[in-house]
Structure formats: C-alpha cells, structure tokens
Design a protein around this ligand. Sequence first.
Ligand code: NAP
Length: 239
Amino acid sequence: MSGLEGKVAVITGATSGIGLATAEALSERGVKLVLHGRRGEILQAHAARLPNCDVLAGDIADPATPDALVDLAMKRFGRMDIAFANAGLIASGPVDDIDLDAMSDMLRVNIDATFRFAYTALRHMKKAGGGDMLFTGSVLGTKTRPNAGPYAATKYAVEALAESLRMELAGTGVRVAVVEPGLVRTDLHRDYEVRPEIAQSVPQPLTPADVARAVVFAVEQPASVLIPRIMVLPSGQNV
Ligand SMILES: NC(=O)c1ccc[n+]([C@@H]2O[C@H](COP(=O)([O-])OP(=O)(O)OC[C@H]3O[C@@H](n4cnc5c(N)ncnc54)[C@H](OP(=O)(O)O)[C@@H]3O)[C@@H](O)[C@H]2O)c1
C-alpha cells in the first residue's frame, strides 16, 4: 500500500499533459483528486474514469478559483494534502515581435494565478498542520534562451516564490517543491513538428508520465525529507 493512499490532491492544469499524468499517477496510489482546467467536457471524462475524482472547470486566473478549489476538496473529501500549481502556458518570440496580449495572458496565468492559488492553498495547509505545495517550474526557470525571456521570467518568478515559501514554512509540516521539466511532448508544444530548431536540440522529448514520476517521488518522501527542486530533462537535450 502506498503512503499516499487516502490523501487528497488539488491539481490545476489537469485537463492534459503534466497535470493529467500526475493525476493518473497519484490516483494509482489511492490519492483522491480535485482537477481543474477550462475544458469542462474533458474534465468530466477524467472524473468518469478516475476513482474519487471531482472536477471544476473555469479560468484559473479568476481570483475566486483558488477558494472554490479548496472548498470543493473539503466538501467532497474533507481534506487537502497536496496542491499542485501546474496550469501554465507559453508565449515566446523576439522582443519586438511577441504578441503582447498573449504575453499578458501568460503572465496572468503563470505568475498571478499561480501565486494566488499558492496563497489560498498554503493558508489552508498551515492551519491543517501540513501538506505538500508543488509548482511546475521549468528548466527555463533556471536559465534563459533567446526568444524565451518572458516565459523564462514567469518560471524564475515561480522559483523565487517557492524558495521564499520553503524557508517561511520550514518546521510547519508544509513542504514546498518545484518540478523543473525540460521539453515535454504536450499540448503546450502543438507546433513541435513544424519547428525544426526544437526537434534538432531535443530529438526525444519527455512524456508527461516522466514528469509525473518525479512529482510522485517528491511527495512519497517521509515527512522529515524535503526535495525542494527536481529537474527532469530528456537525456538527449543539448540546450
Ligand atoms: N511541455 C513542456 O515542455 C514544459 C516544460 C517545462 C514546464 N512546463 C510547464 O508545465 C505546465 C503544464 O503544461 P503542459 O506542458 O502539461 O501543457 P498542457 O497540456 O497544455 O497543459 C496546460 C494546462 O494548463 C491549463 N490552463 C492553461 N491556461 C489556463 C487557464 N487560463 N485557466 C485554467 N487552466 C488553464 C490547461 O487547461 P485548459 O486548456 O483546459 O484550460 C492545461 O490543463 C505549465 O506550467 C508549463 O509551463 C511544460
């Protein structure tokens, strides 16, 4: 039996990709789920397939969403042990050509909504005396590349927040960790096939399940152990 059996996880960005793979991996270990994303029909299909799974559809950038997610976890399952701030999107391009509206949307989701969800989840966990607050960062939260500045900035912001929180919450029973993937084949990179420069530098991207294994590894540690950051790269990634 997994030490995670019976715990409750709230996961944002869980319609597809890393969030969904993590939901599935946790579910296999007996974790109960509250999943969030905008695509309601897809969420409903996940809820029909995964045991003990409830869902909420909407925009993560709506300031009411974090409270609604914690309330749903408490109403349906009576607890929340794991909060995974994973929803995110990418807007990239040269500084004089980037789509400014897309960039603003990204800042809102990757930074503002992530910080708000953490604020609400952590207040709850502190009161409850423990829990795991997880963030999806990126290798681009530790270094940047041409045309990736705004996206990397959002992930640097996540790293800064998580590192401060780790210190603020030391000794409270609340653990804070960031998973930092390299290139993962998900809906985020719908244009992977048509961008030869990416395919050349990363011939075999990670799968969402590769990242989910790292998340599970972090939360399965005994309470006395914290893994604050896990970088997961495709072994062939040369940038
Ligand atoms: N793929 C990579 O190479 C890679 C590498 C490093 C880090 N990451 C990070 O991994 C995280 C997950 O991305 P992914 O690669 O798994 O791509 P994905 O499959 O596109 O997942 C993104 C998730 O975020 C949700 N989302 C986006 N905007 C939202 C909004 N306004 N409101 C609510 N939900 C929203 C999407 O749900 P809906 O579309 O249903 O709203 C979806 O579930 C992101 O934070 C991303 O930056 C990805």
